[in-house]
Design a protein around this ligand. Structure first.
Ligand SMILES: [Zn+2]
Length: 305
């Protein structure tokens, strides 16, 4: 069945005017349940990442600063959320959830994290709403434990996965593909294994054409035994931070295409959410829900469970 990682700690309390739409962590599961796409049985509660697991990816200094709440003020501000022990705990659960999703994906073909995709986190610092780098941690755990040999990260967030690129720069077993807005944050970009930059307002046709031109080739050349898919919805035209021009239908077609490719090649895919900052939270929720609907339908048929 479609295994979905969810924990109440994903939802972090932020000031009312904060641009990160925390309510999505409640609204998405609620909607999927109420419409019958999934049932409670689909959810699993992730475990917390251990200190040893954090250190597979992050520096001892950064971890110490987080653990002891002694991160310098400027470094804390770059993360964009108030730095508290709860924020650190939240990040640990999210990262472990992504790892557990990868293991479930090996069993069921696909699994999803209601959070995750914290791709702006570097080994020694966090930024852009990202404390720990969940996909890099999960990748390192899989590789270290002999649970994967070659990993492809398909990062379709509108923002470049600068943390992924930096952390995995010298790791030949992880191929980082990022397709993002050229004019979007981060303004000083890192070098991924493959970066595709799109101009402002790039729409469905252009986006999907490039994706269809790229992904099959990558799957065949990289030959991964695990895919992490960052299915962010900040590619929507309605997004306040993203500068691309996708419609809801285009965003859904993107998800369908990625999952169809992974399924056809029999490569497990763990999906992490990434960003979404449309003015109307309804646009964010609907687009994220589409990813779950597509996964449920493509892999398990329409019936819940
Ligand atoms: Zn983003």
């Amino acid at each position: 069945m479609l295994k979905i990682a969810y924990s109440d700690v994903f939802r972090y309390s932020v000031p009312e005017k904060h641009r990160f739409p925390m309510q999505k962590y409640i609204l998405i599961p609620e909607r999927l349940l109420s419409e019958g796409t999934i049932s409670q049985d689909n959810f699993f509660a992730p475990a917390c990442l251990s200190e040893e697991e954090v250190l597979t990816t992050h520096t001892a200094k950064y971890w110490y600063q987080l653990k002891t709440q002694t991160l310098p003020r400027k470094a804390a501000r770059a993360i964009g959320f108030e730095m508290t022990p709860q924020l650190v705990e939240r990040g640990r659960y999210i990262a472990h959830a992504t790892y557990e999703c990868a293991l479930y994906a090996q069993q069921y073909g696909v699994a999803m994290n209601v959070a995750g995709g914290t791709h702006h986190s570097f080994a020694d610092h966090g930024e852009g709403f990202c404390v720990f780098n969940d996909v890099c941690i999960a990748s390192n755990l899989l590789l270290n434990r002999g649970q994967a040999k070659k990993i492809l990260i398909v990062d379709l967030d509108v923002h470049q996965g600068n943390g992924n690129a930096s952390i995995m720069r010298d790791e030949p077993r992880v191929f980082v593909f990022s397709m993002h807005g050229a004019k979007n944050y981060p303004f000083r970009k890192q070098v991924s294994d493959l970066d595709i930059e799109l101009e402002n307002d790039a729409g469905d046709d252009e986006y999907l054409e490039i994706l269809k031109d790229t992904l099959p080739r990558l799957i065949s050349e990289v030959a991964p035994d695990m895919i992490f898919y960052q299915s962010a919805v900040d590619v929507l035209a309605t997004d306040k931070l993203g500068k691309l021009g996708l419609t809801q239908a285009g965003c859904k077609a993107r998800d369908e295409y990625v999952l169809e490719q992974a399924k056809a090649a029999s490569i497990p895919v763990a999906i992490v959410m990434g960003g979404g900052y449309s003015e109307d939270i309804e646009d964010v929720v609907e687009a994220h829900c589409n990813t779950f609907r597509v996964a449920q339908q493509l892999y398990f048929g329409e019936i819940a469970g």
